[in-house]
Design a protein around this ligand. Structure first.
Ligand SMILES: Cc1cc2nc3c(=O)[nH]c(=O)nc-3n(C[C@H](O)[C@H](O)[C@H](O)COP(=O)(O)OP(=O)(O)OC[C@H]3O[C@@H](n4cnc5c(N)ncnc54)[C@H](O)[C@@H]3O)c2cc1C
Length: 408
């Protein structure tokens, strides 16, 4: 009987194992005593494992055309059907899929209950080296070595890990796989702006625009969290992959914040002139304090050097415009991202050009498969990263089994 070793008992490794037929002996190795550790942390323990709209624009990669093939509708349909088969009933909120229990353990259990008798999991098995000799792969830990006919690398990335592992990256690099620089993604953004940092703890609904040099790269609407280091919250996380890569390539990264995205018009001057009349000409500050958090209003008035008692009509039109600009177009330079340890995922990884996108097989080494987050693909918040891990695991498992559903 041929042996398949899967390194990594995370989302993509478990999905691969589930799809390998009983004709193979399957061994899943994981360095942790308790497997699927990251999976259990996802979605704050609720596991946002999928999304209703898995499309190319939800991902960053160097090879969008190849990614498009991997996440195609057919593959999505097959993986969703498989979830159903192993008893995962989704609860869908704003397009985000969670297990109906809203407990990540449900997903882990569903996989463990469904793995065949041919599958063994060896936990606490830290792979320290990988070699290929003749037709066999050799997988080493400090104390043991194992051989196999087919190897699946499903080791994920080092994001959020206190003890990173580079074994898989090193092996892949040595065997001619191209690895795009690994940088943190889905992570907070660092700024120098003292005014915003002094508001640490504040959460505000905003519209954000990300500019690289002078080019607009992305817009996001959502809740911004101000922190002692800078900006956090899903809307900034979703920009962090672009920011990390831009800064790595020595580009300037700026974010423009509109603190008033909910106003019924963008003719702000007219809006505040009317509001001033409607509110019986209060202090100018009051026009804003009745729309936004007073601490934010105070800071922005201070930056504009407008004394508290000033009335709207006492401000010159250019001062009114400049004040409005502070509230609707607050420009802040991003000087860095938080570290990989604080990140949810990694941007960069093994190039999709180095794998067969229908089977996840390496183009450089026969019988090697590469799945999940170790690849050069990172998704936005919303279940896209797990979806990618599951789809690629599915493709590899199906391909190893030999009865791949796409007959070429
Ligand atoms: C806090 C947090 C929250 C997240 N929330 C979400 C979310 O809600 N939705 C979403 O889609 N994504 C989320 N993600 C991202 C998601 O968890 C990952 O993209 C996904 O788990 C990747 O799956 P994977 O199988 O490629 O890797 P992993 O799930 O990381 O599995 C890799 C496995 O390989 C093992 N391994 C690595 N190196 C070795 C070695 N040398 N020897 C032996 N074993 C090894 C690891 O121990 C690990 O178990 C979150 C991530 C974090 C950190």
């Amino acid at each position: 009987m041929q042996r398949v070793i899967i390194i990594g008992a995370g989302a993509s490794g478990l999905m691969t194992a589930l799809n390998i037929s009983k004709d193979y002996e399957v061994i899943i190795l994981d360095k942790n005593k308790s497997i699927a550790k990251k999976l259990l942390q996802t979605g704050a323990g609720k596991c946002n494992f999928w999304n209703e709209e898995i499309t190319l624009n939800k991902y960053n990669t160097n090879n969008p055309q190849l990614l498009k093939e991997i996440i195609n509708k057919d593959n999505q349909k097959h993986v969703l059907a498989l979830f159903n088969e192993i008893g995962i009933i989704p609860k869908i909120k704003n397009g985000y899929f969670y297990p109906s229990s809203e407990n990540a353990q449900t997903i882990k259990s569903a996989f463990l209950n469904s793995l065949g008798e041919n599958v063994t999991i060896k936990d606490d098995f830290f792979v320290t080296d990988i070699k290929k000799e003749n037709d066999k792969f050799l997988v080493f830990s400090k104390t043991t070595n194992l051989t196999c006919d087919k190897l699946v690398i499903a080791t994920g990335s080092n994001a959020s890990l206190k003890e990173p592992s580079f074994v898989a990256y090193n092996f892949l690099q040595q065997t001619n796989h191209n690895i795009r620089e690994l940088l943190p993604a889905l992570v907070g953004l660092r700024i120098n702006d003292k005014a915003l940092k002094s508001l640490a703890g504040l959460r505000i609904d905003v519209n954000l625009s990300l500019y690289e040099n002078s080019q607009k790269k992305k817009t996001e609407i959502g809740q911004l969290q101000l922190t002692s280091y800078g900006l956090s919250g899903i809307c900034t996380f979703n920009m962090s992959s672009i920011v990390a890569r831009g800064l790595y390539n020595k580009k300037k990264e700026f974010i423009e914040i509109n603190f008033l995205p909910f106003l019924p018009t963008t003719d702000y001057l007219e809006f505040f002139n009317k509001r001033n009349i409607l509110m019986h000409k209060p202090e100018a500050k009051n026009l804003f304090e009745t729309l936004l958090n007073y601490k934010l209003v105070n800071i922005l008035f201070t930056l504009e050097k407008i004394p508290s008692s000033t009335k709207w009509e006492d401000l010159s039109i250019s001062k009114q415009k400049s004040l409005i600009e502070r509230f609707t177009n607050y420009k802040v330079e991003v000087i860095g991202t938080n570290s990989l340890l604080e990140a949810q995922t990694t941007t960069g990884g093994v190039s999709l050009e180095d794998i067969n996108i229908k089977t996840m097989a390496s183009k450089h080494l026969k019988n090697l498969y590469i799945t999940g987050e170790i690849l050069d693909v990172d998704g936005l918040c919303g279940g896209f990263n797990l979806a990618f891990a599951f789809i690629t695991g599915y493709l590899a498992g199906q391909a190893i089994t030999g009865d791949f559903y796409v007959k070429n």
